[in-house]
Design a protein around this ligand. Structure first.
Ligand SMILES: *Cc1c(COP(=O)(O)O)cnc(C)c1O
Length: 374
């Protein structure tokens, strides 16, 4: 048995530290706002190299509040990719904007800068590249289009804490970066949590208002807001885990290198690319498989945890039928969705476990390739 995530083992190792911090929070009984939240905001901002950070209730809140803070409203078009987790597009709609999808690049699976310019209309206000799987999108050409059309850029860095683009931390390259601390992410809470980082202090101030009913002081409501706070219990857990994040990301990269080496030369399998410009943090190790569903079933039967990220692109979801895109609208996203398979990936994954996963992949692909007459 090889788990997909290995979170239980991580918590077992951190248990004394986690329990000590939780005990402190329970004793002080400050659960909303307070020193744990403020310390986490400082520390996570510092990790990203960003001067300002606001903790919020989830990654979706982070995106939604940034869009609202940037003034997105009815008729405003926001461009993002057809292949992402649905939170990216939900947040655009919930902020009152209109989703405009573009296809992904076939090798990086992130926003294809060549498709971007053609998608810009007079109503476009911003663009949201997604650093999918922990692999940075190609930001320079995206920023170039954005600056020529006076668009803001918000990075969906929910899967990419600590990833770098040409040496710069993702989340700090555009106008704001949005992070999720959903339990399975590289930095995961024990429940829902998220954060926004930005160099723009006023933008972060607006996010702080929005997350807490628009209150600038108790019962002084400057705007209508939401319940979208990061609570002290989650902040305390995140502070413990944040101290390990850089090391964990390196361990993920090490496991990815083992996979890359072991998967080489297996027909029908493509290992994920790490572009020259990027330092990926391998939130997921997603291969492309010719017979994805066959391989998925074979690995599952062998006791190996796998996932698909994501099997149906946004434009083909029932929820987005109203966008009017049929099959064929975003062919790269559709092809990737039908071939992508995520193998076990977590910091403590061992070389022996990687070898076991790859042996199972090899068995399946070898059997596939054997001529029928044999
Ligand atoms: C996880 C995720 C989100 C949303 O995060 P939640 O904390 O679950 O709201 C947004 N975008 C991407 C790409 C994600 O993977």
């Amino acid at each position: 048995m090889i788990p997909f995530l290995g979170l239980q083992q991580q918590h077992e190792e951190l248990l004394p530290e986690l329990l000590a911090r939780l005990t402190t929070v329970l004793r002080t009984a400050t659960f909303v706002g307070g020193p744990e939240l403020e310390a986490f905001e400082r520390e996570f901002g510092g990790f990203c190299g960003s001067s300002h950070c606001a903790g919020v209730g989830s990654g979706t809140d982070a995106l939604r509040f940034v869009f609202l803070a940037l003034g997105v409203g009815p008729g405003d078009e926001v461009i993002t990719v057809a292949q992402t987790f649905v939170a990216t597009t939900e947040a655009i709609t919930q902020a009152g904007g209109t989703i405009r999808l573009v296809d992904i690049d076939p090798s990086t699976h992130t926003l294809d800068p060549r498709q971007l310019e053609a998608a810009v209309t007079p109503r476009t206000v911003g663009v949201v590249p997604v650093h999918l799987y922990g692999r940075p999108a190609d930001m320079d050409p995206i920023l170039d289009v954005a600056s020529r059309h006076a668009l803001w850029v918000v990075e969906d860095a929910a899967q990419a804490h600590g990833a770098r683009y040409k040496g710069r931390a993702v989340g700090t390259i555009g106008d704001a970066g949005c992070f999720s601390f959903y339990p399975a992410k590289n930095l995961g809470a024990c429940g829902d949590a998220g954060a926004v980082v930005s160099a723009d202090a006023r933008l972060i101030e607006r996010v702080r208002l929005l997350r807490d009913h628009g209150q600038e002081a108790k019962y002084v409501h400057r705007v209508e807001g939401y319940t979208g706070r990061l609570d002290a219990i989650q902040a305390a857990i995140l502070r413990v885990k944040l101290q390990h994040l850089a090391a964990w990301n390196e361990m993920r990269r090490r496991a990815a290198a083992w996979y890359d080496e072991a998967l080489e030369g297996i027909a029908g399998i493509e290992a994920p690319l790490e572009p020259d410009y990027a330092k990926s943090v391998f939130h997921l190790y997603a291969v492309q498989a010719e017979d994805r569903d066959g391989l998925r079933m074979a690995l599952t039967a062998a006791g190996i945890g796998v996932g698909m990220h994501y099997p149906t692109p946004v434009h083909l979801q029932e929820a987005y039928g109203h966008l009017g895109h049929g099959v064929g609208a975003f062919p790269v996203a559709e092809r990737i969705a039908s071939r992508t398979l995520s193998l076990p990936m977590f910091p403590a994954l061992t070389r022996a476990q990687v070898a076991e996963v790859v042996a199972a992949v090899r068995r399946f692909c070898g059997a596939e390739a054997a001529p029928v007459s044999d």
